[in-house]
Design a protein around this ligand. Structure first.
Ligand code: SAM
Length: 213
């Protein structure tokens, strides 16, 4: 499968707020089915150093941060260029690829990387490394299997627009090999290391970057 570069409905600069809110509701449903939040929590817990502050890059409506604040008792800060407010969650409107990021112990991100070009992903990984010692990335995998499974089992449970964007997101995603190469380029010469975990049925990959010991 070739990577599709067609934009998603969600990327439209003038997307109405009501539609954006519906997208985030459907994304919450998708994360519930895939267990995304618990998976990110499990990875964050694998740390020998204390975790006090966590950034969520491309946090959307801040649902993951609300979850992590509760489960890990951390201070959460969300970064998003089109944020949706959530009571009790601190969200900053910014471009995470090029903007200054607050200092934190770790950053996470979910379903962001397929929206970015390879060059933007490399810049994002380097930018996060300036303010965090760790970056846990969760994203989709471009492969026919998740495309079929998503169309059969998840699309009937979510709105039409989110279904269309979800399918386009899988077509737009990187393969694990492509993404590993981007991470290697971003970390080259920095001493940073990473590991990658691919779920059964290729529904997601997690990339766990450690910038410094
Ligand atoms: C598919 S949504 C995922 C939202 C949330 N992380 C989740 O998993 O439900 C992608 C989010 O990334 C944000 N985004 C895209 N490019 C960004 C950038 N360069 N800097 C900050 N946020 C960005 C979008 O505004 C959107 O909220």
């Amino acid at each position: 499968m070739q990577r599709s570069l067609e934009p998603e409905i969600m990327d439209a600069p003038d997307i109405p707020e009501e539609l954006l809110a519906r997208f985030h509701k459907d994304l919450a449903r998708i994360h519930f089915f895939l267990g995304t939040h618990a998976t990110i929590e499990r990875f964050l817990r694998q740390d020998s150093q204390p975790l006090q502050r966590v950034l969520d890059i491309g946090c959307g409506d801040g649902l993951l941060l609300e979850y992590l604040q509760k489960k890990l008792s951390v201070e959460g800060i969300g970064i998003d260029q089109k944020p949706m407010p959530r009571p009790g969650v601190h969200i900053i409107a910014a471009d995470a690829v090029s903007g200054d990021l607050p200092h934190a112990d770790a950053a996470v991100c979910s379903l962001l990387n397929h929206h970015l070009t390879p060059e933007q992903n490399i810049a994002l990984i380097r930018n996060v490394g300036r303010s965090c010692r760790r970056f846990v990335i969760s994203d989709l995998i471009r492969h026919p299997m998740p495309l079929v499974l998503f169309s059969l089992f998840i699309c009937p449970l979510i709105g039409h627009e989110a279904g269309a964007d979800g399918r386009q997101s899988i077509r737009r995603a990187f393969t694990p090999e492509e993404f590993a190469e981007l991470v290697r380029t971003a970390l080259a010469g920095s001493g940073g290391t990473f590991s990658m975990d691919v779920s059964p049925f290729k529904s997601r990959m997690i990339v766990d970057i450690r910038y410094r010991p």
